[in-house]
Ligand binder design. Sequence first.
Ligand code: MG
Ligand code: ZN
Length: 223
Amino acid sequence: MCPTLSCTLESYAVKTRAVTSDCYGSRMTGTALMSAVIARANRSWCLFLDRDGVVNARIMGGYVRSWSDFEFVPGALDALRTLARWAPRIVVVTNQQGVGKGLMTENDLSHIHDRMLRAVAESGGRIDAVTSCIHLAEDRCDCRKPRTGMARAYLDVNPEIDGSLSVMVGDTDSDVEMGRRLRVVTGGCAVFRISAIDDPLADGTYLSLAAFAAAIAPLLPSE
Ligand SMILES: [Mg+2]
Ligand SMILES: [Zn+2]
C-alpha cells in the first residue's frame, strides 16, 4: 500500500458511503479512483480540467461573455481546494468558440479567466494555467477538443510533468474523447466525466466536481 494513502480500501468504502449516491458504484468507480490516486502519489502529473459545466455553470446555447455571466457551480471552489492537495498541476482546457465567432474578444476571455483565477486563489484553491481554443469548429485547428493540442502544448513546455499520468475531467463527450486521445499520445490518462448519466467510456462518472473531489478527499494524506 502506498504510504501516502491515508486509508485502506475498506475504510475508503466507509468514508465514501455518504457520497456513493453521487457516483456509480456498479462500475467500481471508487476502485478506479483509488488506483488513479495510488499511481500518482508523489509523482509529477497534471489534472486537465474542462471549464464550462464543471467549474462554472454552462450557458445552454450561449457563451460566458463577461465576468457577470460567470457563475461557479455550487461546491466547485471547495472542490478545487481539495483537488489542489491532490494534483501538482491543474490546467483548465476550454473550447471558447465564441471568440472565433466574434461574440467576445480574447481580451474579454482573459479578463474572465483573471477573475476566475483570483476567486479560486482567494478560496484556497489553485489553477496553474488556463488554455483556451478560440477557433471555430470549421477551422480544424489542433487545439479544439476533442483534439489534444491544448494538453500537449502544456506538456511540451513542462517536460518535468509525466504526461502518462494525466487526468482529464469534463462534462461532455468531447472531453472524454480528448482524454482517451491523450491516453494514446502520452501512454496514459485517467478520464472522469461530470454527468448525471454514467459514461462507460470514462473511468468514472460523478454528478459534479464537488462529488468527484469528495471521493478523492479520503484518499489524500491528512492536511
Ligand atoms: Mg464543459
Ligand atoms: Zn483551436
